[in-house]
Design a protein around this ligand. Sequence first.
Ligand SMILES: NC(=O)c1ccc[n+]([C@@H]2O[C@H](COP(=O)([O-])OP(=O)(O)OC[C@H]3O[C@@H](n4cnc5c(N)ncnc54)[C@H](OP(=O)(O)O)[C@@H]3O)[C@@H](O)[C@H]2O)c1
Length: 283
Amino acid sequence: MFFIINVICIVSHFKLEAGKMLFLIRDCDVSRFLKSEWKAMQKNVLITGAAKRIGAACARLLHSKGCNVFLHYRSSKAAAMQLCYELNQIRPDSSYMMEANLLIREELEALASEACTAWGGIDVLVNNASSFYPTAIADVTEQQWDELMGSNLKAPFFLAQSLSATLAENRGCIVNIVDIHAERGLAGYPVYSIAKAGLVAMTKILAKELAPSIRVNGVAPGAILWPDKDFSAQEKQDILQRVALRRSGTPADIAKAAWFLIKDANYMTGQILTVDGGRTLFY
Ligand SMILES: NC(=O)c1ccc[n+]([C@@H]2O[C@H](COP(=O)([O-])OP(=O)(O)OC[C@H]3O[C@@H](n4cnc5c(N)ncnc54)[C@H](OP(=O)(O)O)[C@@H]3O)[C@@H](O)[C@H]2O)c1
């Protein structure tokens, strides 16, 4: 109420001062507009794999836009605690964190449930967590298959399933972080590539199945952050030679694309937004 009165006072003052205004917005319209804009930004978001790198960049950007962010992590507890603390320093109770191995169904369900109760519902699910490592075809083990498929495909599906009621109630959305290599597999990474191709297919079918109440889209990053190992300096150079913009992207580039899909893409569903500096132009 105090906020609304303040807005009315400011607007009234503005009306008096700005005698030359061509049109005036009625006070109640202003407060309704401001309220709806704030609600549009103050979304409750669950981000998987949010402690570091791209997931953390998404958390920081969405939080800076007014969202509450529920940070999921598996082993990066210290980084998750630091980020959660940092965000709560900015706005108290705007961030929670929880550990879960997404390969374990009970832990996944507990994560969905805790995220729902934190602020009384979830508006946005960002499926970001992912295992990524090479698997030579001849040597792929069942455990590797389960881990790569589990983190990149199965977990996003069951999280979407578990959260579909709250997402529908809030006319929410899902953003799946896929990969440009979903389309043309990355040499040496067949299982990861198959999993991401599945996640693209899942994005499209869930967009149909969950419509009209939930939008489902994806962001396909190109070369953003190198993994800690597995890529030599020469391999990195070779990849960047085939990027039109001749440089890698930043986690913030992916976060901005995710925010666009969440906030502004009201008439988009079932789409994949490629953020690759023009890498796919060179196939
Ligand atoms: N980096 C790039 O250039 C690039 C390029 C194309 C696509 N992408 C996609 O963008 C997303 C983020 O990339 P990134 O490089 O920032 O990811 P990342 O650092 O490789 O992984 C993100 C997080 O996933 C979590 N995770 C992995 N397996 C898990 C499991 N079984 N259960 C729970 N959490 C698990 C890990 O959490 P803990 O650390 O807490 O264990 C990890 O920190 C991924 O989906 C990736 O495929 C990235």
